[in-house]
Design a protein around this ligand. Structure first.
Ligand SMILES: Cc1cc2nc3c(=O)[nH]c(=O)nc-3n(C[C@H](O)[C@H](O)[C@H](O)COP(=O)(O)OP(=O)(O)OC[C@H]3O[C@@H](n4cnc5c(N)ncnc54)[C@H](O)[C@@H]3O)c2cc1C
Length: 383
């Protein structure tokens, strides 16, 4: 059997692996991207596609390094979406170019407004009631509407834009629990290895005794979905308590129905919590803050999913930046947020100390791998 010596092998084709893969391929590296399930990843396909600027973290009182480090990201993504960045996402679809922060009237609402203003100064742009978008007017919301300059992307199309140009170098691994054995059996001997395999990273590092000093965390979510949604809405609905009510993004399912995908407070619960808890929280929050939204005829679904990342020092919070744990030429990584994928790729590029070979190995001897379906297209819907 021939020996293959690519520059880099990456395990895991979620946003972290794909962004880095695309960057390395563009730079002329010979890269093999191995995926155990489907291209698009678990969390990445489950994400709401919001390219955060830090505003959400600022109003939550987290005026910290995270809010600062993430604030440069929307511009990087926008450049990529125009085909002008280090990565070409011009084939990807933008669901919304911006979204809104809805702050209800009341004591806590006033406090949140104040904190948000202090945190972001002139970046906070409150929308005058006469200029409220039609969908917010229709919802019956009362309070302040803050314009958030954060795009919301169609993640399936982002995934394809990253993968498609180099699809021949993305292949299936049939023994994900034994990645090093896989390489050995297939005679693949890379110079560098990157693990962007989310929840599998830590067990793999532990099994290979490469986990010294490594700490990770998994934070559960039970995301809600409802359809048909009355109209497209992209909003972060803050309640009159310290917990946000819901983050609402809109997607289209395979039959063309509009889906509201619901994160934030409504989804912050154990993955095995009864789905009705999510529906009840959404109904209650909407009845209070978006009273004109009629939920009497909608179907519901949930998606249980973990957010996996490096461990933060602050309980229940995420790290400020992506995490990379290196052991010689093997790098285990977590982007922390989809938004951070470009920054993670930059940092991984800094870790690779050899120039690109300019070679492209033919990986036809390994099985192909297909794209993942969107959550709303594989959900069990109930009335
Ligand atoms: C519900 C939800 C909503 C979110 N919304 C947002 C948002 O709006 N904006 C934002 O910035 N962030 C958001 N996030 C966070 C963001 O989605 C994640 O930080 C990011 O997608 C993680 O990407 P990843 O590539 O590390 O992981 P994943 O997307 O989970 O990909 C890991 C991949 O590795 C594969 N794999 C596992 N083991 C192996 C193996 N041994 N070999 C090969 N492949 C393997 C898996 O099959 C998977 O495809 C959200 C997260 C969740 C869960």
């Amino acid at each position: 059997m021939d020996t293959h010596t690519p520059d880099i092998v990456i395990f895991g084709a979620g946003i972290a692996g794909l962004w880095a893969f695309n960057r390395f391929k563009r730079a002329g590296y010979d890269v093999l991207l191995l995926e155990s399930d489907a291209i698009g990843g678990t969390q990445s396909m489950a994400s709401q596609g919001i390219i955060h600027s830090g505003l959400k973290y600022a109003f939550a009182g987290k005026i910290n390094k995270l809010a600062q480090s993430i604030s440069a990201m929307p511009d990087l993504w926008r450049a990529a979406l125009k085909g002008q960045g280090d990565t070409d996402l011009s084939a990807a679809h933008v669901n919304a170019s911006s979204q809104y922060l809805l702050i209800p009237s009341g004591l806590m609402g006033g406090l949140i407004k104040l904190v948000t203003r202090q945190a972001l100064g002139n970046n906070v742009h409150e929308v005058a009631p006469a200029d409220w978008p039609e969908e917010i007017r229709q919802s019956g919301f009362k309070g302040s509407v803050v314009f958030m300059d954060e795009p919301v992307l169609d993640i399936s199309s982002v995934i394809r834009a990253l993968a498609e140009p180099y699809k021949d170098s993305i292949r299936q691994i049939d023994t994900p629990d034994d990645p090093f054995g896989f390489l050995e059996r297939r005679n693949i001997n890379p110079r560098h290895i990157i693990f962007s395999a989310a929840g599998s990273n830590h067990p793999i590092a532990s099994a290979s005794k490469q986990d010294h000093g490594l700490q990770t965390q998994a934070r559960p979510l039970l995301m809600g979905m409802l359809k048909p949604a009355p109209y497209p809405l992209y909003a972060h609905l803050v309640g009159n308590s310290d917990k946000p009510v819901a983050t609402i993004t809109t997607h289209t399912d395979k039959d063309g129905a509009l889906v509201w995908y619901l994160g934030g407070g409504a989804a912050e619960r154990a993955k095995d919590a009864p789905p009705e808890e999510v529906y009840k929280a959404v109904r209650k929050g909407f009845a209070k803050y978006l009273p004109n939204v009629d939920l009497s005829q909608v179907q519901w679904a949930v998606l249980p999913v973990d957010r996996i990342e490096g461990k933060s020092g602050i309980d229940g919070w995420m790290p400020d930046t992506p995490t990379i744990h290196s052991h010689d030429n093997i790098h285990y990584c977590w982007p922390t947020k989809l938004t951070f994928a470009p920054l993670l790729a930059d940092r991984l590029m800094e870790k690779i100390d050899t120039p690109p070979s300019g070679h492209t190995t033919d990986w036809d001897f390994l099985p192909e791998v297909s794209y993942a379906a969107a959550p709303w297209d594989k959900a069990q819907w109930t009335k």
